[in-house]
Design a protein around this ligand. Structure first.
Ligand SMILES: NC(=O)c1ccc[n+]([C@@H]2O[C@H](COP(=O)([O-])OP(=O)(O)OC[C@H]3O[C@@H](n4cnc5c(N)ncnc54)[C@H](O)[C@@H]3O)[C@@H](O)[C@H]2O)c1
Length: 329
């Protein structure tokens, strides 16, 4: 039976990987994808070039806050995977308003339309950052939400609205909370692609604070597999952490990137810490492993090497994005 699937944020880093995977070799043969994206600075039509013209694909340019457009696009959809978001923490510290607009109001607009149109399931793609920072151990899905940045607060609000729609309206909502992603086609303002591209051109890289903030890194291919497991086998009203990648400090990560670039610590400049910078994230992924049989497959060393190689080979993809995406110094 054919499934009509609406994917929001489909032209971004993770959304485009998800759509390319769905419509690529080995993808489900019965899914018809509508890709919805506003093409903000982070959305790139080139990310979807590989599926353009595919018989089970159509692209719709539009804003998830536009209720009339969302209502029109939602008609006839069976499922939604919602990835559209403002996603960069540093930008949220400069101006949070667009984060609230897209991540809260946009999510609510989608949820309302999904409820109205009787959509069978809605996957809210979220982040481990909603839990805040923790000293020891790892977060389970039952952890209270203690977001510390405007970005994570807006994502947490979206999650709560989504779960409320499940309770209030019976909408089958499933929430995923993933750790930091890396891989090809990540906008070059994020740590890994920013550092790779700066080092490629012989620039120094800025490392926040003492560099001891700890993050768990998951390859985007693994995240996409996790989202697909939740879309196809997840349960209504349930939250699924997606982690299980490699946990390391920013300093350790930078060490790996320096090594890949053939550079040394002379290329690193310690800069003032990010405001409210969470010290440590770590998710407990037992639930998705046990219930859905998901485990990450990409080894960090292999995944990083392939990512570095991708940015070397695709200068024409990222170079035009650097001036537009650069944050004020
Ligand atoms: N990148 C990570 O490490 C990570 C980790 C966990 C969760 N997530 C979540 O995954 C999702 C995708 O993240 P990403 O890294 O691919 O982000 P991204 O910034 O690369 O892509 C976001 C996409 O959303 C689109 N968009 C933004 N505002 C929109 C609007 N108002 N209407 C329609 N489209 C709009 C953009 O054009 C872009 O294509 C986000 O919800 C993010 O919170 C990301």
């Amino acid at each position: 039976m054919t499934t009509h699937l609406l994917v929001t944020g489909a032209a971004g880093f993770i959304g485009s990987q998800y759509v390319r995977t769905l419509l690529g070799p080995g993808g489900p043969p019965d899914v018809v994808v509508t890709a919805l994206d506003a093409l903000t600075y982070a959305g790139n039509p080139d990310n979807l070039a590989a599926v353009r013209g595919h018989p089970r694909y159509r692209f719709e340019r539009g804003d998830i806050c536009d209720a009339a457009l969302v209502d029109r696009v939602m008609a006839g959809q069976d499922q939604v995977v919602h990835l559209a978001a403002e996603s960069h923490v540093d930008r949220s510290l400069l101006d949070a308003s667009v984060f609230v607009r897209t991540n809260v109001h946009g999510t609510q607009t989608l949820l309302d339309a999904a409820t109205r149109h009787g959509v069978a399931s809605f996957v809210q793609v979220s982040t481990d950052e909603v839990y805040g920072s923790l000293e020891h151990g790892s977060w389970t899905e039952d952890e209270p939400l203690r977001p510390n940045s405007p970005y994570s607060a807006s994502k947490a609000s979206g999650d709560l609205l989504a779960l409320a729609h499940h309770v209030s309206h019976g909408l089958d909502v499933r929430v995923t909370r993933c750790s930091n992603n890396y891989g090809p086609r990540q906008f070059p303002e994020k740590l890994i692609p920013r550092f790779i591209t700066l080092l490629m051109d012989g620039h120094r890289v800025p490392l926040y604070g003492d560099g001891l903030n700890v993050r768990e890194w998951l390859h985007v291919d693994d995240h996409v597999r996790g989202i697909e497991a939740v879309r196809t086998r997840g349960r209504a009203g349930r939250v699924y952490n997606i982690g299980g990648g490699a946990t390391l400090s920013n300093k350790e990560l930078v060490g790996l990137l320096l090594e890949a670039a053939g550079a040394d610590w002379g290329s690193v400049e310690y800069v003032e810490d990010r405001k409210g910078h969470d010290r440590r994230y770590a998710v407990d992924s037992t639930r998705i492993q046990r219930e859905l049989g998901f485990a990450p497959a990409v080894d960090l060393a292999d995944g990083l090497a392939a990512t570095v190689a991708w940015y070397h080979k695709h200068r024409s993809w990222w170079e035009p994005l650097v001036p537009a995406g650069s944050l004020p110094a």
